[in-house]
Design a protein around this ligand. Structure first.
Ligand SMILES: *Cc1c(COP(=O)(O)O)cnc(C)c1O
Length: 358
């Protein structure tokens, strides 16, 4: 018996999620927050991690982390919270729970690639509805697709990755009203979106749940995502969550960091300021079209993305090349907003690459 006889064909056709080697590079490819916690807080955290009972299994519900999240983000006590090993795990849990034979997951394209990959993992049929060329939501096409496909599950990232924009609220409300199944709004970039959120809409829509993560807020290394929704949904999803999915060290570190959430939010504020600076610098470059962003990254188009991407890499700057990922992303690159010196290094390298072109 060989793998190709036994492994599901759709899995054999997949390629594993690719993570670029960033050793020694200015790393602006993965929407990480460039800042660590301040030294005094790190010293305090080190003591707490040293005292952590790593000989014991973790609290299966990570109650202290849940409470810290509720406090930090003012989550209404009427809603249930479920934690995941990154929000990626929560996407997988929701998909597994809804994957009846023949069931459909619908999203927009281009969007977060894990929606499609996880549909494949879990045996869901995937339908992607193209955005408009300016990356706005094509509401008519979405409503048509919902009517035609009757999806069990709709995923919308708000703001969207890799485009950075938020979709029109009224259009999302009409999608929520029309969808026959569950709609998951993924607010991974909430910290940078100036308060835009669907969290208050949980009260109005019984078919809505919300995903968030602390990854983009400065804690990517902890792997902690959370889902907020009506208890009826969360109770079912919690049955397929593996018992100890949030490890002891993550629980200690996340509780500590969330108790100091003002520090993380201050860092996010600095990144929002840098985003504005990066945006005007990019827009001023001849031949570069930068797309408006409510996230901690900027998507931009230029005449030869592959060449510039390689040139930047040679100069020690790692960003993300999206060319070839989707026709709407032709010649597009995505840069994460970093610390001021990192952004300066990126801009200097980009200017040099573009001059070589002229
Ligand atoms: C980064 C990202 C995630 C994944 O977050 P993790 O919590 O690190 O797994 C989820 N959704 C979107 C849209 C993202 O960009």
């Amino acid at each position: 018996m060989t793998p190709d006889q036994l492994i599901r064909p759709e899995i054999q056709r997949l390629s594993a999620y690719h993570v670029a080697d960033a050793t020694g590079m200015v790393k602006l490819d993965a929407m990480e927050n460039p800042y660590l916690l301040p030294d005094d807080l790190r010293a305090e955290l080190a003591v707490k991690l040293g005292e952590a009972a790593i000989n014991r299994y973790p609290d299966p519900h990570a109650a202290a982390v849940q409470n810290a999240l509720r406090q930090a983000f003012s989550i209404d006590p009427g809603y249930a919270v479920m934690l995941g090993n990154g929000s990626d795990e929560l996407i997988q849990i929701v998909a597994s729970a809804l994957a009846k034979p023949g069931a459909t997951l619908l999203s927009v394209e281009p969007s977060f690639v894990m929606y499609r990959m996880i549909a494949e993992f879990t045996g869901l049929r995937y339908v992607g509805v193209p955005l408009r060329p300016d990356f706005s939501l094509d509401e008519a096409a979405m409503l048509d697709a919902i009517e035609r496909e009757q999806p069990e599950l709709v995923f919308l990232a708000y703001p969207n990755n890799p485009t950075g924009n938020v979709f029109e609220r009224a259009a999302i409300e009409r999608i929520l009203a029309a969808a026959p199944g569950l709609v998951v709004i993924d607010e991974a970039y909430h910290a940078f979106a100036g308060g835009l959120s669907f969290i208050a809409d949980l009260a109005r829509f019984d078919n809505l749940v919300l995903l968030r993560t602390v990854s983009k807020l400065g804690l990517a290394g902890l792997r902690l995502g959370y889902m907020v929704g009506k208890p009826g949904w969360i109770k079912e999803f919690d049955k397929i969550r593996l018992p100890y999915n949030i490890n002891v060290l993550t629980q200690v570190a996340a509780k500590f960091a969330l108790d100091h959430v003002a520090v993380l939010e201050h860092q996010a504020g600095l990144l929002v300021e840098e985003r504005a600076r990066l945006m005007s610098a990019l827009s001023a470059l001849h031949g570069v079209q930068a797309f408006p962003s409510d996230a901690n990254f900027i998507l931009f188009r230029l005449p030869d993305a592959a060449k510039v991407f390689t040139g930047l890499k040679r100069r020690g700057i790692l960003i993300k090349n999206l060319h070839g990922g989707h026709p709407l992303l032709d010649n597009c690159l995505r840069v994460t907003v970093g610390a001021p010196l990192e952004n300066d290094a990126f801009l200097a390298a980009l200017r040099n690459e573009l001059e070589l072109d002229n």
